[in-house]
Every structure is written in C-alpha cells, then in structure tokens.
Design a protein around this ligand. Structure first.
Ligand SMILES: Nc1ncnc2c1ncn2[C@@H]1O[C@H](COP(=O)(O)OP(=O)(O)O)[C@@H](O)[C@H]1O
Ligand SMILES: [Mg+2]
Length: 306
C-alpha cells in the first residue's frame, strides 16, 4: 500500500545555504490495514518522515527516494493527482489538535465543511453525519460539542474530534504523530484506544509515531526503530522486544530512566499511562463501522507541534 524506498531528506540553512541530511536513505512499507510504529527519541526524524509523505517538509528541503501510495509516486506526481491523493487518501492526527482546527470556527463547521466541500455531501446530511461521527468516537453530548469552539473543549475531546474528522474522510492511511503525548495520562489511554478501535473497524493503515516503545507495541503490527535519521531495525513488537538487533533498541526499552530522570514524576505517569492503555485496549473490542465521509486536507492539518 505504502512503499518508501531510500528516503533521503536534505535541508539547507536559509542564511548560509549549508546543507544537512536529516533522513539517510530509509526504507519501509505499510501493508493494507497494517499499523507500523516509528519509534525513537526526540529528534530521530519521525515527524520529518511523516512530513515527506505529506509533502510538507520545510521550505527549501530536498526529498529523494520513492514514496509510493498505491501506485502514485508522491515525490513525482504533480497537480491534480497529487492534490487528490493527499486530500483523499492521507489524514494526519498531530500531537496538538489545535493545529488541526480553526480557532474561530465551531466544531460543527470543521466536520460539516470537511464533508460538504471536499465530497459534495449535502449540508443537512453532513450535519447529521457529524453528530454520528462524534458519538462514534465516544462523545456523548454531541450537540454541545458541535456548537463549541476549540478553546472551549479539553485536549482529549479535541483529539477525538480530529480523529472523527480523519476517519470521516475514508483515508487509506492515517499518519498519527504522537497523537496523545500532549494529553494527561487517563485521557491518553482513552484516545489511543479510540484511535486503535476506529482504525481497525475501518481497516485503515496507519503510521503511529511515538517515543514510547511499549505504547507502539500495544497498537502496531510492526515497529521501526529510528535513531539520528536512520531506521535501525524493523520487526514485530515481539521481535523487537525479545530479539533486539541494536543496543539502542535495548536502551529504548529501558527508556523510562533515559527519557525521564529516575524519580521524575513523568516516569511514574508514563508507567501509569502504559498500564491504562493496555487495560483500555484490552477492554475495547471493535464494533459497528460509521459511514465514510471525508477528512480534512492534510495540508490544512499541519499542526503546531513540539
Ligand atoms: N524545520 C526544520 N528545518 C531543519 N531541520 C529541522 C527542522 N525541523 C526539525 N529539524 C531537524 O530534523 C531532525 C529530525 O526532527 P524530527 O523529525 O522533528 O524528530 P522527531 O519527530 O523524531 O522528534 C532533528 O535533528 C531536527 O533538529
Ligand atoms: Mg516529532
């Protein structure tokens, strides 16, 4: 479905023109319905990999290699084909949901316009579908949420809205970039569970970016371990956990003391989140699929992120 070969990203300093290679010739693929985790610490090139797929790499950057989505070469396609493929087939769920939502428009407009503008769904039908979509991601007071502006809702609620919008577009591939990192731990677990459930229900492929190897192992079929712009190894969660090929992967598995100094409250919080995610995932068993509608243009979803 998605085939990435020899992906090289080179950025140049706007002042000096000096070039830096950020991604060093990575290859991996995502099969239909498969979830692949990109796992590595901050700065390893996870987000840049997604940006190359979405075509939103930094200005002046050069992307080489192959990014093939069901036969469309995203690095070489142009015009209408590229625009349509990106808008119809890809959906980004970024770390910060505020980046995906217009602050001056109520949630209803975000969801409804997504459907009416890009897919020509009639207004009234789009409105009722929007309510159903919200219910489908576990939002109970859908009428209140539809009328709310982004600043009136919690981060967890907004991320559910973004997931609803993404799923509604029937994309082929979800690109989730640390989608729960900005949320508190309980909410993290709920949002990961919703994302996982909706993805499976709709049979969507996903690239799930995270620094948390355990979390990635819980939601992904295969993991790619990244370090310094390079994919070190790719395998099933079991292979990565039981037979890591790289010292770095082992270090990542003991990442709690590496990411957080021992005793740091975030270490305990991360542990609680992992346990809660595992429990929530165990509880969730996919049921009933929502009608596909459409997702927002990935280019507009370029979110604020850290
Ligand atoms: N806009 C940019 N221009 C140039 N280099 C960047 C830019 N954004 C990030 N980088 C560099 O690219 C590398 C990979 O970053 P990124 O993909 O954001 O890492 P991750 O998502 O794994 O934390 C880092 O070394 C970072 O400094
Ligand atoms: Mg990142």
């Amino acid at each position: 479905m998605l085939r990435i070969e020899n992906l090289v990203l080179t950025v140049s300093d706007p002042d000096t023109g000096a070039e830096t290679e950020i991604l060093h010739g990575n290859s991996f693929s995502v099969a239909q319905g498969e979830a692949v985790g990109l796992v590595g610490e901050s700065g390893s090139g996870k987000s840049m990999t997604l940006k190359c797929i979405l075509g939103i790499e930094p200005g002046g950057a050069r992307v080489e290699g192959v990014v093939d989505l069901d036969g469309v070469d995203l690095l070489r396609a142009s015009g209408e084909e590229l625009r349509r493929t990106r808008a119809d087939d890809l959906a980004l769920i970024a770390q910060n949901p505020h980046g995906s939502l217009n602050p001056v428009l109520p949630i209803e407009r975000f969801l409804v316009e997504g459907m009416t503008d890009a897919r020509g769904v009639p207004q009234a039908e789009a409105r009722s579908r929007a309510a159903r979509l919200l219910a489908d991601v576990g939002i109970t007071d859908t009428e209140r949420v539809l009328k709310s502006y982004p600043h009136q809702l919690s981060g967890g609620m907004l991320q559910r809205v973004v997931i609803a919008g993404a799923i509604s577009g029937d994309p082929k591939l979800l690109l989730a970039d640390e989608p729960t990192t900005a949320l508190d731990v309980t909410t993290q677990a709920e949002v990961v569970a919703i994302l996982d459930e909706k993805r499976r229900e709709h049979g969507l492929s996903m690239i799930f970016v995270t620094h948390d190897l355990d979390l990635a192992a819980a939601v992904c079929d295969r993991l790619a371990v990244m370090k310094d712009g390079e994919i070190l190894e790719i395998g099933t969660p079991e292979e990565i956990r039981d037979r890591p090929q790289h010292e770095y992967t082992r270090a990542l598995m003991d990442a709690r003391p590496m990411l957080y100094p021992p005793g740091h409250e975030a270490a305990a919080a991360a542990e609680a989140a992992r346990e809660a995610s595992a429990a929530a995932l165990a509880e969730e068993a996919g049921t009933g699929a929502a009608g596909g509608v459409r997702g927002a243009d990935p280019a507009q979803q370029e979110g604020a992120e850290s």
